[in-house]
Design a protein around this ligand. Sequence first.
Ligand SMILES: Nc1ncnc2c1ncn2[C@@H]1O[C@H](COP(=O)(O)OP(=O)(O)OP(=O)(O)O)[C@@H](O)[C@H]1O
Ligand SMILES: [Zn+2]
Ligand SMILES: [Zn+2]
Length: 822
Amino acid sequence: MKKYAQVIVDNNSIYTDNFFTYEIPDDILDQIKIGHRVLVPFGKSNKPIQGFIFDILDENEEHKNTKKIIDILDEEPLLRDVDIKIIKWMKDEYLCKFIEAIDCIYPKGYRVNTYKVIHLVNNNFTYENLRFEEKKIIDEILKHKGKISLDKLKKNIKSNIDSYIKKLREKRIIQITWESKSIKNEKYVYSLRLNIQNSEVENTIQSLNKKRSFKQAQIISFLANKEKVLLDDLIKELKVTKSSIKSLQEKDLIKIEKIDYFRKIETTYKIDEKEINLNQEQIKAVNILKSNIQNESKKPFLLHGVTGSGKTEVYIKIIQEMLSLGKDSIVLVPEISLTPQTIARFKNRFNDTIALLHSRLSDGQRQDEYKRIKQGKAKIVIGARSAIFAPCKDLGIVIIDEFHESSYKSETSPKYNTIEVAKKLCEETGSILLLGSATPSIDEYYKCEIGEYNKIELKNRANNKQMPPIEVIDMKEELNNGNKSIFSRALYEAIDNNLVNKTQTILFLNRRGYANFISCRKCSYLFKCSSCDISLTYHKYKNIAKCHYCGYEVEVPKKCPSCDSLYLKEFGIGTEKIEEEIKKYFPNARVLRMDRDTTSKKGSHEDILNKFKNGQADILIGTQMISKGLDFPNVTLVGILSADMMLNFPDFKSSEKTFQIINQVAGRAGRDLLKGRVILQTYDTEHYSIRYAKNYDYLGFYNEEIKIRKIFNYKPFNSLISVVVFGKNEKSVIKNIQKIYDAVIYVLNKKGINNFQFILGPNPCPISKINNNYRWQILFKDLDIEIKLLKGIIKYICIEKRDFLLDSDVSLSIDTDPESIL
Ligand SMILES: Nc1ncnc2c1ncn2[C@@H]1O[C@H](COP(=O)(O)OP(=O)(O)OP(=O)(O)O)[C@@H](O)[C@H]1O
Ligand SMILES: [Zn+2]
Ligand SMILES: [Zn+2]
């Protein structure tokens, strides 16, 4: 009886976004499992491509006209059972294709290269009768033992030979077939050992010497009495060739073993290990978590702990507990706080049982970490959002630190929300989900209120120190009093004081570069990106204006490009400008700056933090990169230069984000013995974000904010789906977004729905062009309509009918609950 499998093929076309039935050949029937990566013939040409087994059918029904799976590509299935469930769930939840969800799960290094080869299949022809080019082709094939890849053949012959190849095929002299190569980018080392008894060694050496195989004899005597020797070491030591080793292997005198080699991840940042006894609050938190391990159904936990309350210690304790039970842990941190400090703290405790997964690894390193997790060599995974897909065998807990961070939402399709994926994963695997933050997002905190989450609180700093007081400075008043500088008098004096007292200062501003735009005061000419609908940021050090969306940069001329005047001026401030001003006012201060511009090089992160830790700098200036996770005892002053910049951002979450960042940055001050102080500059001292942040009053802020969300029907009371059409041709973009709109209305009408108030658009996106792509948008709010129904309709129109409905010169991006609708 034949057996069949359901396969998702690795092809990005929408037409292939479903199951294909393949026959399983007898010789792999015993090994094949759900989740295996396989090679299958695909399309008219039967090109071999990789696919993934989603199901093995056991019904007896015969399937007609099915193709056969060619081979299995890995020993172990690449996808776990839980991965298959998550992939299916993601497809429905985020309206993506199967293959997009699959791509999240396994590392890039695994792939299949497919190419065409030409074989000589018939020697029964008269060479002399062939044309000149045909002879050249045959010569070339013969030169390569009767078989050559098509690409190579064309490269070697150079002239256009397509028609001659066709003729030779018609004469059945040659044949073209597909071949493929599985690429894994894995590294191995080899070890050698003797395959004979110790008593035989003498005789073997003598007989090898007799045959004048001196080198081989030397190898045998080298291996004698040793358990194992690495091949590379042996070659280095004895200066022997691989051929001597090979002949020994052929004579069965030695055994060679292949061993996995794992590429190392260097971490240069070190911290001293502290002996820590958990305080009462921490012990209670750990006990609650522990008592939940055996529970059948597990509600997620939200750990609300003020900055410096010792959340990380709680994580470490519960992970130790998991380790003792043989269970794996995943710890997610936002990319920006995946600092050397965090990594070093975990490394100190757990050493090599840790695997690291983040964007700064090479593909090879990432793949090796993946393998270490899969083989159970690493039991603790620390990484940015994509580490939620780590192939743990026996998951015990998922910890999401600083879970309020927007980087937990993926920016590329599938635009998943890591917290939701984690929730699904924990549900399916019976693991604990722990969300930790000093400033929980409103959406998630609401879930504590309605009983979906259990709340655990750490109300005090671990060392019982007070939170550093926040002084709010009104910058309007400063201006009225004649202070035009970017530093208020209070901040200026505090920095000065710190320099005298030799304590350290952190200055925070949420924008890199020198100025946020540059324009002409005479004719109002504005430096804008030619490919994006956005003004360019001025970087004074390089004298360039740069697009922070597409990277385009242009040198800033002395004269206005439009009116030739000399009145070009920069407006707004960035971190580079602060650095310049500090150097102006405090010429002796030693300053470090940490933002995306100063950390592009490998290791630069570590460098800057190391210097600051070792007291080689007095002031650290930075963007949100320095807002969390940093724990420096000598920092007594934090300056927040402009809280308004975040407040004025056109987004319903701007109040929440402002509150969060103020409390996070403020939390860097006075963490140890020295008293801390925070100075916050703003033009809007009465704004509720600022008022509550000043008192570290999270609950006060939450209660005010949740009221506003309710009134305006924002999250968590409402969901939003954004559909964006983009492309180089503006007319086509508009035409296609309109088609989507019309189709949605058509379907809704058919379902008897004719109030369309919940559909906003189509409109140009607030940033109407990025990278020369015009962008139009429709926003769906689920006011009057079930979110499930709405998703179903959008999925039908934008995914299933996409190629039928839309032109090929536009692309589509669907985002459920977008972080921003710009
Ligand atoms: N029980 C304890 N006794 C003494 N020191 C502690 C204790 N727990 C934590 N600490 C120390 O307090 C500091 C803050 O702890 P930790 O970094 O874990 O807090 P956190 O809540 O993660 O902070 P943040 O949210 O600001 O990153 C660290 O230096 C840590 O070593
Ligand atoms: Zn001008
Ligand atoms: Zn641009």
